[in-house]
Design a protein around this ligand. Structure first.
Ligand SMILES: *[C@@H]1O[C@H](CO)[C@@H](O)[C@H](O)[C@H]1NC(C)=O
Ligand SMILES: *[C@@H]1O[C@H](CO)[C@@H](O)[C@H](O)[C@H]1NC(C)=O
Ligand SMILES: [Ca+2]
Ligand SMILES: [Ca+2]
Ligand SMILES: [Ca+2]
Length: 219
């Protein structure tokens, strides 16, 4: 059964987009689907209708192929969309910018994701000083590294450069709070993918945003 999209239902004389009035799914609705639609495959009789626990309606009337799609300027990889900024700002400002675009600073969940980002940054970085913010900070509590979704850093999935994080205070201790934000990138390529380091959050860097793709009918 396929989830029903692009259908209208008539319930109690009211025309409405299909779905949903939890907890009552109003299964007495009459369903009107306009087809053939591009990308829609008309399936065979008999027609089955089924509501799931969230009152989403499923039927075998038609199958509409959808595929993940990223907005202009974002790159699809491994089922997620990535945006590599071209301007530099503080960690906080970079995070706000990602959120205003519907995402957040990137959270690195796998060696594969790190490998993709490490490779892309080799191409994106103007020089080896041209680093990119990631969504990792220990600003709440020193040495307790959290991703932007508040999940703790998995200590078996880290890519710190040797000697990092070191929470450096500046040459004469002029930054008492130390280094609390994480950035990454090595223009010439990182040994064993290790290219994370902690640095002052006020530093201006480019950044990597991540968000989930939308679904497109245009595959
Ligand atoms: C970043 O923003 C948070 C929350 O708004 C604030 O508590 C923190 O002090 C800011 N950090 C910096 C370095 O500006
Ligand atoms: C941490 O990462 C390792 C290596 O990828 C993985 O096997 C493990 O399940 C992860 N632990 C958690 C709590 O996510
Ligand atoms: Ca991720
Ligand atoms: Ca720190
Ligand atoms: Ca450091």
């Amino acid at each position: 059964l396929y989830q029903v999209h692009h259908c209208m239902s008539v319930t109690l004389g009211l025309l409405s987009p299909v779905v949903v009035f939890p907890p009552l799914c109003l299964p007495l609705s009459v369903l009107f689907c306009r087809y053939p639609r591009p990308g829609a495959v008309h399936l065979q009789n008999p027609v089955h209708l089924h509501y799931d626990d969230n009152c989403n309606l499923y039927s075998n009337l038609l199958k509409v192929d959808t595929c993940p799609k990223c907005e202009e300027g974002w790159e699809l990889h491994g089922g997620k969309c990535y945006y590599f900024s071209t301007t530099k700002s503080t960690w906080n400002q970079s995070r706000d910018d990602c959120r205003s675009k519907g995402g957040d600073l990137v959270k690195i969940d796998s060696r594969e994701e790190q490998s993709f980002l490490e490779l892309r940054l080799r191409q994106k970085m103007d020089s080896d000083y041209d680093k990119f913010w990631i969504g990792l900070t220990d600003s709440k509590e020193e040495d307790k590294w959290l991703w932007v979704d508040d999940s703790p850093l998995n200590t078996s999935l880290t890519f710190w450069i040797r000697g990092e994080p070191d929470n450096w205070n500046g040459r004469n201790g002029e930054v008492p709070e130390g280094e609390d934000c994480a950035a990454m990138g090595k223009k010439s390529g990182a040994a064993d993918l290790k290219c994370w380091f902690d640095i002052f959050c006020k530093k201006n860097y480019k950044s990597i945003c991540e968000k989930s793709p939308g679904l497109s009918l245009d595959c």
